[in-house]
Design a protein around this ligand. Structure first.
Ligand code: GLN
Length: 509
């Protein structure tokens, strides 16, 4: 397509508009892929991407063009996507940000990758998206800053933190920080993410983009390298709720043969109610989300978004989620417990790295795991093994499970008086690289507002709501009841029709 100065460039188009242009053959999938690959390579200093395979990307783009010409294309055919490096992929490495899986290639694609792409997942054919490459994440998705990946980003010879496109001295959030930075910098129109305790919502908030974690079980976990299986959930990250709805519709659906916790509910068209009126909508405001720990700049942006909702006819209803603070100790017992079990498979025998020198089997295990895992992963394996051990199981793990149930019940109680819940995603805007990197507890505390919905398995999203200190983006968190993703996306879309925060681009991109 000849571009004039008034025509937006390809990277400025939304997923919805780009898909339309591709369908109308105004632009080819091949040109589109080439355009984005060029941008990715020109912006290696962000450290967002960890792997490209241009031959594979261009082959997928040609296949998308053929399907578009033949009229057999999926709904998002030819639109590029970057996948978090926690999803296994055949054509790209799948390292989970760990030395343990350096250079690892999987013999198959994760269900989410297949459904968004051109493969067949079960008998569901893919949406036709083209994979641009893999993006950085914290090691095994443990982290809130994307400073803890051991996989060197493109153009780097050693590991490096992902940089926030709004201020390259700051973190993008984590663990899906590469996904958020890549979307914010317009290196890709969309990315996949995973959220165990906030890893879609918090980086989306810190980078000024939109992300949704669906109800636990909506998206298959097959081929998602496991961190904490009862919490891990995949979701889309893009600029707008409208785009997230398109992506989520393609990602979700039962996959019971391959993930026994996948929900047996049919895939939905999550775009169907985007434009519904929200007149009379009851938005629950949990008082525990607006306490002392909330920075005043974040509070001001969140309050302004809530005012906007009132103008749109919604009513703000005070609610209480009394165990919000307990979600931190509960999560940091349950998630490490599950991680210690999931990560036992990395033993030098079955997957990835094996120590070069060892004397016997036990020394091989020990050296392999000592070399392969980073500090944060080791810390969590030790915490997890401790809370599951005889004598401590009842005192910690079982207790945490009981409180987890109460946290879920608190939400059900709250949903008796409101339709959705709104509040901040994180207590502050993105912090400086290095500021909290030696203080794991400071990182854990910053998860306070995202953990409750994760523990309850509820859908949650982050919507750009304005800017705080140092002109850094602030996200509004919306939490819905089980399977209410379409409602959440509707509520988010209405805000995005009334505001332009999701359209703002960081300087230089
Ligand atoms: N920050 C949380 C953790 O470190 C959440 C991570 C995630 O959602 N993957 O566990």
């Amino acid at each position: 397509m000849p571009m004039t100065s008034t025509t937006p460039e390809l990277h400025e188009l939304s997923v919805a508009v780009l898909a339309q242009h591709l369908r109308e053959r105004k632009v080819s999938a091949l040109e589109t892929a080439q355009h984005f690959l060029t941008r990715v390579k020109a912006n290696e200093s962000l450290a967002a991407f960890v792997d490209l395979n241009e031959d594979a990307t261009l082959a997928q783009a040609r296949a998308a063009d053929q399907a578009l010409a033949a009229g057999t294309a999926g709904p998002l055919a030819g639109v590029p996507i970057a996948h978090k490096d926690i999803f296994v992929t055949r054509d790209f490495v799948a390292t989970a940000g760990s030395r343990m899986l350096a250079g690892y290639r999987s013999p198959f694609d994760a269900t989410v990758v297949q459904r968004l792409g051109q493969g067949l997942a079960g008998n569901v054919s893919g949406a036709g998206m083209v994979t641009l490459g893999k993006v950085s994440c914290d090691e095994f998705a443990m982290g809130s800053a994307n400073e803890k990946s051991a996989t060197p980003p493109l153009g780097h010879t050693s590991p490096a933190p992902v940089r926030n496109p709004w201020d390259s001295c700051r973190i993008p959030g984590g663990s899906s920080g590469g996904s958020a930075a890549a979307v914010a910098a317009r290196l890709t129109p969309a990315a996949s993410g995973t959220d165990t305790g906030g890893s879609i919502r918090q980086p989306a908030s810190f980078c000024g983009i939109t992300g949704i974690k669906p109800t636990y079980g909506r998206a298959s976990r097959y081929g998602m390298i496991a961190y904490a299986s009862s919490l891990d959930q995949a979701g889309p990250m893009a600029r707008s709720a409208e785009d997230c709805a398109l992506l989520l519709s393609a990602m979700c659906g039962p996959d019971l043969d391959r993930d026994s916790t996948s929900l047996d509910v049919p895939a939905e068209d999550f775009s169907r109610s985007l434009n519904d009126s929200i007149n009379g909508l009851r938005i629950g405001i949990p008082k525990e989300f607006f306490g002392e720990g909330l920075a005043s700049d974040v509070r001001a942006a969140v309050d302004a978004a809530l005012k906007e909702y009132e103008k749109l006819g919604a009513k703000l209803v005070p609610i209480s989620l009394p165990r919000t603070e307990l979600s931190i100790p509960v999560y940091y017992i349950i998630a490490p417990a599950e991680a210690s079990s999931n990560l036992s498979r990395f033993d030098g025998v079955k997957f990835g790295h094996r120590a070069a020198d060892y004397t016997d089997l036990v020394s091989m295990y020990k050296k392999t795991r000592a070399e392969g895992f980073g500090d944060e992963v080791k810390r969590r394996i030790m915490v997890g093994a401790y809370v599951l051990s005889h004598g401590y199981y009842d005192a910690y793990y079982l207790q945490a499970q009981k409180i987890r149930r109460m946290i879920a019940d608190d939400f059900q109680n709250a949903f008796k008086t409101c339709d959705v819940i709104a509040g901040p995603v994180a207590p502050t805007v993105a912090w400086k690289i290095g500021e909290k990197s030696d203080d794991p507890v400071a990182n854990y505390l910053a998860d306070i507002f995202t953990l409750p919905a994760s523990l309850a398995g509820l859908p949650g999203m982050s919507v750009p709501a304005g800017f705080g200190a140092n002109a850094m983006p602030v996200g509004l968190q919306l939490i819905g009841n089980y399977l209410q993703e379409a409602k959440l996306l509707n509520v988010a879309h209405r805000l995005q029709q009334a505001t332009d925060f999701h359209l703002r681009t960081p300087g230089g991109f």
